[in-house]
Design a protein around this ligand. Structure first.
Ligand code: NDP
Length: 420
């Protein structure tokens, strides 16, 4: 395919995609030709209106359908696709990229719809085909995964000979003033949180019951917040790429109210991902009914607040970072690198809340790294496979400044419980 060097197609028109589109429009010197395509074209058009740059193109596409994707790619001829749809679409979009000679970037690893399970193996299996085609695929370029891996790569490059302990800590200390809402796609979010916990220790993966291991962790400018050990996809690539790691864990904060609602949702069966039969009136002839199949969690998504609408009343901030311990020049050392992001500042700039912002900005920077030729090598890669320095420089310029703490103060306190 004859591609223009900086022609970018973004798929998806949700909260994360809206932020990425705003940031792409702000960097029009790099992103000279840009199209947004999603399941509903009107959502893409609404993003273009919000940005106020009518030159951005839009299109309708069902990203579950490889043939539709191929037709769009052959028509628009992008050099890079930024996949900000859902993890279900990763493989179909990668298939279409291979068929049409297009490079690929996403923020979340593939998940089959019928199993709440995520791992990189499905996408890593594409490595040889991308390599042979001379195409680059960049996986997991949001905040976590994404910046969490880049923070680790930066630490490994500048401050450590060997990394031994890694704790990724993710706090949302914001308040959206709703009884219950999720900060990104509710279906994906609830599937993730209700999974078993998993962490890496001494060469083995150790499973815990969902949200069973927790402790207060101190977050800068926020203070101590109860944080729960969870499985998170970047651990899988980081322990592979940094084999000196003895222990790697991921922690996320949840408020008590959120957990109580989650418990009720689960006990009611509303987090189920299998189909149930339900008799419903027809839209056009309501006096007639039909038996339909619905997935309870997808129905729940339809009645929960849309994460895209949370921004206006969201106050407080997020804080995400990496606590790292290891050795440099034979001496033990500790390092903590983090970003805090205020929901209201994200909203003022893009109309979206901080969680969409902290994901959409790194997706744009990853695309920028590719377009500038800095992050470009045939194959399928995680973000820590590339040079972190130019990305870290852009984080400071593009609205996600980071801060470093060294020595004893960088260590997590108190000590973390070993097991649930
Ligand atoms: P949303 O649900 O708001 O947006 C997803 C978008 O994809 C919607 O516009 C949706 O269309 C569209 N879409 C869904 N299915 C299809 C399809 N078959 N074909 C075309 N378009 C489709 O989600 P978010 O913006 O909150 O999240 C986007 C992605 O970012 C997710 O994969 C999520 O897991 C990931 N993420 C990553 C994080 C990280 O730090 N790495 C953090 C947060 C999220 P419609 O609008 O019609 O529903």
């Amino acid at each position: 395919m004859n591609c223009e060097l900086n022609r970018v197609l973004m798929i998806g028109a949700g909260g994360v995609a809206t932020v990425a589109a705003f940031k792409i429009a702000q960097n029009a010197d790099v992103f000279t030709d840009f199209m947004i395509a999603s399941r509903r074209k009107e959502k893409c058009d609404a993003i273009v209106r919000a940005i106020g740059k009518p030159g951005i193109k839009t299109a309708q596409v069902d990203a579950d359908d490889v043939e539709q994707l191929k037709a769009l790619f052959n028509d628009y001829k992008p050099t890079l696709v930024i996949n900000l749809a859902l993890p279900y679409q990763d493989l179909t979009i990668m298939d279409a990229c291979l068929a049409c000679g297009v490079n690929y970037l996403d923020t979340a690893n593939y998940e089959p719809r019928d199993e709440a399970h995520f791992e990189y193996s499905w996408q890593w299996a594409y490595a040889d085909r991308f390599k042979q085609a001379g195409l680059t695929a960049i996986l997991g370029c949001g905040f976590d995964p994404g910046v969490s891996g880049i923070f680790t790569a930066y630490a490994a490059k500048h401050y450590f000979d060997e990394i031994h302990y890694l704790d990724i800590v993710d706090c949302n200390a914001g308040n959206h003033h709703k009884a219950f809402a999720t900060n990104f796609n509710p279906e994906i979010n609830i599937r993730e949180i209700t999974q078993k916990g998993l962490y890496y220790k001494d060469g083995k993966w150790i499973e815990t019951d969902p949200l069973a291991v927790h402790q207060p962790i101190d977050y800068p400018n926020i203070g101590p917040r109860e944080s729960y050990l969870m499985h998170h996809e970047e651990l899988e690539s980081l322990v592979k790429n940094y084999p000196t790691i003895k222990q790697a864990r991921f922690w996320m904060t949840f408020g008590q109210q959120y957990l109580t609602y989650l418990d009720v949702i689960q006990n009611l069966g509303m987090s189920r991902i299998d189909e149930i039969e339900y008799e419903a009136p027809l839209v056009d002839t309501p006096n007639k009914t039909a038996r339909v199949k619905i997935v309870p969690l997808q129905f729940l998504k339809a009645v929960l607040p849309n994460p895209q609408d949370l921004g206006e009343n969201y106050d407080g901030e997020t804080s995400i970072g990496c606590h790292i311990r290891g050795v440099k020049d034979g001496k033990e050392c500790s390092y903590y690198v983090y970003n805090n992001c205020k929901h209201q500042e994200a909203y003022r700039e893009t109309g979206m809340q901080g969680v969409s912002y902290t994901t959409g900005v790194p997706a744009m920077i990853g695309a920028m790294m590719f377009l500038k030729g800095i992050w470009r090598k045939p194959g399928v890669w995680n973000v820590e496979d590339f040079d972190p320095d130019p990305f870290m420089e852009q984080l400071n310029k593009q609205g996600l400044p980071w801060h470093e703490v060294f020595g004893q103060e960088a260590e997590m306190a108190p000590n973390i419980p070993e097991k649930g």
